[in-house]
Write a protein that binds this ligand. Structure first.
Ligand code: ADP
Length: 521
């Protein structure tokens, strides 16, 4: 990949900055070859023309992060912080603004666990596998809540509001106190960490006065160099069931039933309902069913479902905790699910000491990567891109949203991979749109398809919770109350904290004045 400079920058400025970066962190940790640029690019890119990094710098400590930020501000070089840069479907490690330098914190891997209080203080480079291995090696009975792609970092996941599937599934809500380097190189600690040496930094989220943690989530106001995150106590028992529902319309009663149990507290987990393709695409490939890219007809879908015993929808529901409690709760769950006439129920029980079967790891905090297999659905060069509106926990409204989206999937010739993940009061309708990068005609349809989905959702008042770099401005535009008052506030704060506009310009549609012209219409 050839070098691209950001708007307004010159080769001379970059040269000066890169030398200074090398002086601060060692030239070996400054990466600017064509191969380095490829490494930091978006492997799933739909729009190959955008988001090209100039290179990367990989500090090993918070002091080195501060030095890099100061050099970047002095030379007006935009930097894009990543933890491990495995943000698949949302841009990988690539920056919003082409020519940015990726600030790669994957070498910062310190872990400190407070076993008694069930929390971990992590640096950005700590991956789910690293933390899992650490807990295992030290025999610490705490569990993670891992996402479907556990290749990334715990902090990166929490900072992009990624999802896991245990009762601690919403990782961002388990953040408790951050250490942050600001765009001028200053360093702060949020919450109780604002008091030097406080033993409650990891225990009380809010501190005194305004609470800043979430202002650094999906944001470009600071670089998180440490975060406390709460971990779940390993339960005595995990008991539940894998449920398959036969018909497309069964989505509605399934959501209403699980939502009611979730709000009542019977169900504390964050289950996610997936359609047949989410289950099938890791078991088979498209060519085994349809030749030459033809449509997935209802009879093909029926044949795939029959072969793998899949419902139109499936969901794994789990109860966690003391054996006596989960045993008492299980019949309540069973009765509620039987009342909506599932196609099948497969009970699952795990007790402390039992081995964890590989396919069950996701419900039990064991990192996994097998869902990445979905990128091979078409064979050849694949990938996926996210479309994920937030919906109310209403079966009727969720089904209506799905049917609208499904019509668009068919109109644009896409295969529907969709899921509905429960939060406490909301659903996240995660669509991982599967890509066939070897088919240029297919790839041309992806962008108009996503724009149609975003527009349709907005027309019903639904906004996305997270998006790929290509759509950050488009999605920010849909948050339009009072002439985009929230975006105006975000940009006021951005300009105050980062007058040179160097930190992740354009992230979440927040553009500093220095690069305001780069906003996509
Ligand atoms: P992962 O480590 O899980 O692969 P990424 O490093 O890709 O996650 O991070 C996801 C997104 O969160 C990135 O696009 C980046 O904008 C933001 N981000 C990640 N780490 C940090 C950090 N330490 N400070 C600020 N923003 C971050």
């Amino acid at each position: 990949m050839d070098p691209v400079f950001p708007p307004g920058a010159s080769a001379a400025t970059f040269d000066r900055a890169l030398k200074a970066f090398g002086g601060a962190i060692g030239a070996d940790n400054v990466f600017t070859t064509d191969q380095d640029r490829d490494t930091y690019s978006d492997k799933f890119a739909v729009n190959e023309a955008g988001h090209h990094p100039y290179g990367g710098v990989a500090p090993s400590s918070v002091e080195e992060v501060q030095a890099i930020v100061r050099i970047a501000a002095e030379n007006r070089v935009p930097i894009w912080p990543i933890s491990r840069g495995k943000n698949l479907g949302y841009g990988y490690a690539a920056p919003e603004l082409s020519g940015s330098i990726v600030l790669d914190m994957s070498r910062m891997k310190k872990i400190e666990v407070d076993v008694e209080n069930g929390t971990a203080l992590l640096e950005p480079g700590v991956g789910f596998y690293d933390l899992y291995d650490y807990l295992q090696a030290h025999n610490i009975p705490l569990w993670l809540s891992v996402p479907g792609n556990s290749w990334g970092s715990v902090i990166g996941n929490a900072l992009d509001r990624g999802l896991g599937y245990t009762p601690y599934g919403e990782n961002t809500s388990k953040l408790c106190g951050l250490e942050v380097v600001l765009p001028d190189g200053d360093i702060i600690r949020t919450g109780m960490g604002a008091m030097a040496g406080s033993p409650t930094w990891n225990l009380y989220r809010y501190g005194f006065g305004p609470s800043w943690d979430q202002l650094f989530v999906q944001s470009n106001f600071g670089i998180v160099t440490k975060a406390n995150i709460w971990l779940m106590s390993a339960p005595e028992q995990v008991k539940g069931m894998d449920i398959e529902m036969d018909r497309m319309e069964d989505l509605a009663p399934l959501i209403d039933t699980l939502g009611a149990l979730r709000r009542e507290g019977v169900l504390q987990q964050s289950p996610t309902i997936g359609n047949w393709l989410r289950a099938a695409n890791i078991l088979t490939t498209r060519q085994e069913w349809v030749k030459d890219g033809g449509p997935l007809t209802d009879s093909v879908i029926a044949a795939i479902r029959k072969t793998f015993n899949l419902g139109w929808w499936g969901v794994s529901v789990r109860l966690y905790g003391r054996e006596a409690i989960t045993n008492a709760t299980y019949p309540i769950l069973e009765q509620a699910i039987n009342a909506i006439r599932p196609m099948s129920i497969k009970p699952a029980v795990w007790r402390t000491g039992d081995p964890i079967p590989p396919t069950q790891g996701g419900w039990m905090g064991v990192p996994m990567t097998f869902p990445l297999q979905n990128a091979n659905w078409f064979g050849g060069r694949g990938g996926h891109i996210g479309f994920s509106p937030i919906l109310p926990q209403s079966g009727k409204l969720a089904l209506e949203q799905f049917l609208r989206a499904y019509a668009r999937y068919r109109e644009f010739g896409m295969d529907p991979q969709t899921s509905f993940a429960f939060g406490e009061r909301h659903l996240i309708n995660v669509n991982a749109v599967l890509l066939n990068k070897d088919d240029p005609a297919f790839m041309k349809r992806v962008d108009p398809f996503l724009r149609a989905l975003i527009k349709d959702a907005r027309a019903h008042g639904y906004g996305e919770y997270r998006t790929h770099l290509d759509y950050m401005d488009t999605v920010a535009d849909t948050y339009d109350f009072n002439n985009h008052a929230l975006r105006r506030l975000n940009e006021k704060v951005k300009n105050a904290l980062d007058p040179a506009g160097i930190l992740a310009p354009g992230k979440s549609g927040i553009w500093p004045t220095a690069y305001a012209k780069e906003r996509r219409a």
